[in-house]
Design a protein around this ligand. Structure first.
Ligand SMILES: Cc1cc2nc3c(=O)[nH]c(=O)nc-3n(C[C@H](O)[C@H](O)[C@H](O)COP(=O)(O)OP(=O)(O)OC[C@H]3O[C@@H](n4cnc5c(N)ncnc54)[C@H](O)[C@@H]3O)c2cc1C
Length: 328
């Protein structure tokens, strides 16, 4: 029997998350290179319709693991249910999206299987016939090339690194649903509540001035607000770090877990340029990075790079602009 590559599906509210289709795209590519059969695993309680949809889109075999205790994600329950059935098809690679769920589940499964665990994979490279996985480190300043040291590997795939899987034109695939009674002992997921987000349509702005951790303190947001006032149709964006610090609400966040934007002008202020941020703004027409570190990876994405302390650079720029508008 051909060796297998398995993809674990991420879904919420009976909807398959788009990142799953990116992981499937990755798995198809790796499968083609290594001659592996793709199989898809979906866990939950009401999974029949999603399993059918996946079989039709991938043309592959979909195994559904069904149980009331899998209704909401619980690391212990998911791991228990997955390893119960893994022996049946013994995959060489198990892949899932690099999300909060993925990076909770992947090491649990890897530990149980005594497998390597490579997270946040963003490229595949073949070196002397051997497969290597590339991932960013230190917010994109370095790239590591990882080679699993075991026969099996569990991988998490960076959202945005592979395109969404196209509909497979060939066979319709097949579905097999298995019931599990595996119950978690140590923990229980009681409820998952969606955060109430204030709506902010970053997509309508011509200019986005984005704040990162490098603005240092929320009081400095006024510098960015002043800069934004220069441009009509401008709005403040943010990196995840600045949102996590509570400096701006999550409705401002740009990146793989925030919004994807493509304004005419994007000014990144004190943002290092982590791949998770870049994937949300790389479609901008012109990108300017203001960063005091000349080696910051934002400069790899930027059309113009300003190596300055933003606390001195932005007031100087505003002052120059004031002089210019008064004299013209
Ligand atoms: C699953 C997952 C999803 C994620 N999703 C997102 C996402 O959607 N969006 C996102 O943004 N991140 C996301 N991240 C986080 C991401 O990996 C980075 O941690 C984050 O983008 C870093 O934010 P930052 O650039 O503001 O902060 P830092 O990386 O801390 O960078 C701060 C920068 O400011 C510069 N600086 C410091 N002081 C000054 C100064 N005075 N003047 C000028 N420059 C200065 C520094 O040189 C540095 O480059 C995600 C991570 C994971 C694991």
């Amino acid at each position: 029997m051909k060796r297998q590559i398995a993809v674990i599906v991420e879904h919420t509210g009976n909807r398959i998350l788009p990142v799953t289709y990116e992981s499937l795209s990755f798995a198809m590519e790796l499968g083609e290179r290594l001659g592996l059969n793709l199989s898809v695993l979906i866990l939950g309680n009401s999974i029949e319709a999603m399993a059918k949809q996946l079989a039709e889109r991938t043309g592959s075999h979909v195994t559904g693991i069904k149980g009331a205790q899998l209704e909401s994600y619980n690391g212990e329950a998911y791991k228990g249910a997955i390893v119960e059935i893994l022996e049946a098809f013994d995959p060489s690679y198990i892949c899932m999206p690099h999300t909060a769920t993925g990076f909770d589940l992947a090491p649990r499964i890897a530990f149980f299987l005594n497998a390597s665990c490579v997270t946040s994979v963003e490229k595949i490279r073949v070196r002397e016939g051997n497969i290597r996985f590339i991932r960013s480190m230190f917010n994109g300043k370095l790239h590591a090339e990882m080679a699993p040291a075991t026969a099996k590997a569990v991988l998490t795939i960076l959202p945005g690194a592979w395109p969404s899987l196209e509909i497979h034109p060939g066979s319709k695939g097949s579905v097999h649903i298995i019931r599990t009674n595996f119950s978690p002992i140590a923990s229980q997921t009681l409820e998952i509540k969606e955060s109430r987000k204030e709506k902010l349509n970053l997509g309508d702005a011509d200019v986005i001035i984005s704040a990162g951790r490098g603005i240092r303190k929320p009081a400095n947001l006024h510098l960015l607000e002043e800069l934004a006032k220069i441009f009509p149709k401008s709005v403040l964006g943010s990196s995840k770090a600045a949102c996590d610090l509570g400096w701006l609400g999550y409705q401002h966040q740009i990146g793989i877990t925030g919004q994807t934007v493509s304004p005419r002008l994007y000014i990144a202020c004190g943002i290092s340029g982590a791949v998770q941020h870049i994937s949300g703004m790389r479609g901008s027409q012109t990108i300017i990075g203001i960063n005091s570190d000349p080696d910051a990876s934002i400069f790899n994405a930027a059309d113009y790079g300003i190596v300055e302390d933003l606390e001195t650079f932005i007031p100087t720029l505003l002052e120059e602009f004031r002089h210019f508008s008064e004299s013209s």
